[in-house]
Design a protein around this ligand. Structure first.
Ligand SMILES: Nc1ccn([C@@H]2O[C@H](COP(=O)(O)OP(=O)(O)OP(=O)(O)O)[C@@H](O)[C@H]2O)c(=O)n1
Ligand SMILES: C[C@](O)(CO)[C@H](O)COP(=O)(O)O
Length: 236
């Protein structure tokens, strides 16, 4: 990637973490005395390619102002929306007001603090000349079943070519903004950026990442994330 090409991160951090069943939004739960959100922002901001971060915060977020954050890159805030896609859309609007050019944007969940720099490196190396962009993912390694409402197995799904989508998801600012707007105009609910880009008729590329880039979603995920972070610290 040429040195002058800007790369910004967008961090949707406006969720309530209902599946976590905690008293506070999961992005403010702590691992080793540091909020998950701070760990994620520090992980992104410490990568040399990241020029800035736009974070989407819930309108009623009362925890953000208590964070003592010192990041080595520019940090902008946006107001989160009803769904994750709304939060990302709002963050992209803030970025379009800030920048005149059309940078690569890496959208990364606040709830994924274990992202490895080597996975960002691989994503940038693989996609920086790609006409569309792409996402980090992990190939499915278990047998996959589809079940009914009573958890009765209805079918075994062929896992050939099945991957779990993760983040970052890397697309150009203008194209991603248009794709998300178009999905919203069609009332097409998307749970990741690639879905909107696919709906717009593009074919994003999958880049294999590490399976420890977990999204903290359920109560047991916090201890697992702590374990992964300890393991990663031991590797460096
Ligand atoms: N309206 C929303 C919903 C989610 N997110 C963010 O999107 C990321 C991934 O979403 P998810 O894991 O589903 O978080 P929550 O929506 O908070 O969790 P839950 O679905 O359990 O309520 C999280 O960092 C979350 O903060 C967001 O910015 N705006
Ligand atoms: C974007 C994502 O993390 C890719 O797996 C996932 O779609 C987020 O889904 P959630 O329901 O908002 O956690």
């Amino acid at each position: 990637m040429s040195s002058k090409q800007a790369v910004w991160a967008v961090v949707p951090a406006a969720g309530i973490g209902s599946r976590m069943q905690a008293d506070i939004p999961k992005q403010y739960l702590e691992i080793n005395n540091k909020p998950v959100l701070q760990l994620t922002l520090e992980r992104l901001a410490s990568h040399p390619a990241i020029d800035g971060i736009v974070i989407a915060l819930a309108e009623n977020d009362t925890w953000w102002s208590d964070l003592s954050l010192t990041l080595p890159c520019e940090l902008l805030t946006a107001t989160g929306g009803k769904d994750r896609s709304d939060s990302v859309t709002n963050a992209l609007k803030v970025l379009r007001q800030r920048l005149a050019d059309d940078p690569w944007v890496l959208v990364h969940d606040a709830a994924r603090p274990c992202l490895r720099h080597e996975d960002i490196d691989r994503m940038l190396a693989t996609l920086s000349q790609d006409p569309v962009g792409g996402i980090l993912g992990i190939p499915v390694s278990d047998t996959v079943k589809r079940v009914d409402a009573d958890n009765v197995i209805k079918e075994t799904v062929c896992r050939q070519g099945l991957w779990r989508a993760a983040t970052p998801q890397m697309f150009r600012l203008a194209m991603l903004s248009r794709a998300l707007e178009s999905a919203s105009d069609q009332s097409f609910a998307v749970t990741d950026e690639a879905s909107a880009v696919e709906l717009a008729g593009y074919q994003p590329r999958m880049v294999e990442g590490h399976s420890d880039n977990l999204k903290i979603t359920l109560p047991q995920d916090l201890a697992l994330a702590a374990l992964y972070l300890r393991q990663q610290a031991g590797e460096n």
